[in-house]
Design a protein around this ligand. Structure first.
Ligand code: NI
Length: 190
C-alpha cells in the first residue's frame, strides 16, 4: 500500500477550503481512502483529512482509540474506523470541554483547545450511504479537529491562549515536574 506524504503548514494547500466529493464510488477515490487509512495508521494518528495529503476534498478518515477495561487492558475490536465524506456538523452542545490536541501536520507539538462536548454529524460513508453520528467526548473532539481541516483551520488557530502550545518534550518535562512537586508535598505531609 502506497503511503501518502503528510503536508505541514509550510505548504499553503493545508489552508485551502476543500471541495465536496461528487462521485463517492469512483475507483480513484476508493484508492485514496485506502491510502489515507494506511497513512493514518502508519503515523499512529487517530484521524487524517484529505487536505493533509494535499487533496482538496471534503473527506476524512478517523480511527478512534481503543477503549480500555478496568485493568487498563485494551478491549479487542473497540477501535472504530470511519470514512466520512462531505460531513456537516448539524448540532453542537453548548458545553465546551478543554483538551490537549496534536496533529499529524504539526509533528512534535501539542496544544490546548476547547471543543464542543457533544456534536451530531451527517455525512456519507465510503459506499455513499448516509451516515448520522452522535458523538461525545474524545470522539467528538477528533471529528471537530478533522472537519476543521476541510476549511483550512488548524487546532493552533483555536488555542485557549497562545502560550498553551508546547513541544512534546516541554510537556513531558512539565508533567515530570508536577509529579515531583506532588511527591514532595506528600512527603511534607507524612
Ligand atoms: Ni490535524
Amino acid at each position: 500500500m502506497t503511503l501518502l506524504e503528510i503536508i505541514t503548514p509550510a505548504n499553503p494547500a493545508l489552508r485551502h477550503k476543500a471541495n465536496p466529493v461528487e462521485r463517492v464510488k469512483e475507483p480513484q477515490l476508493q484508492q485514496l481512502i485506502d491510502q489515507m487509512i494506511a497513512t493514518m495508521r502508519h503515523a499512529h494518528g487517530v484521524g487524517l483529512a484529505a487536505p493533509q495529503v494535499a487533496q482538496p476534498l471534503r473527506l476524512v478518515v478517523i480511527e478512534t482509540p481503543a477503549e480500555v477495561d478496568d485493568d487498563g487492558e485494551e478491549i479487542p475490536d473497540s477501535r472504530k474506523l470511519y470514512t466520512v465524506i462531505n460531513p456537516q456538523i448539524t448540532w453542537a452542545s453548548r458545553k465546551m470541554v478543554l483538551g490537549i490536541e496534536g496533529c499529524l501536520s504539526i509533528p512534535g507539538y501539542l496544544g490546548e483547545v476547547a471543543r464542543h462536548q457533544a456534536i451530531k454529524v451527517e455525512a456519507l460513508d465510503r459506499m455513499g450511504r448516509k451516515l448520522s453520528l452522535s458523538l461525545k467526548g474524545w470522539d467528538a473532539r477528533i471529528f471537530q479537529h478533522e472537519i476543521d481541516h476541510l476549511d483550512g483551520i488548524l487546532y493552533t488557530d483555536r488555542l485557549t491562549a497562545p502560550e498553551n502550545f508546547w513541544s512534546e518534550e516541554e510537556l513531558r518535562k512539565q508533567e515530570e515536574e508536577e509529579e515531583k512537586r506532588e511527591q514532595e508535598s506528600k512527603g511534607e505531609r507524612e
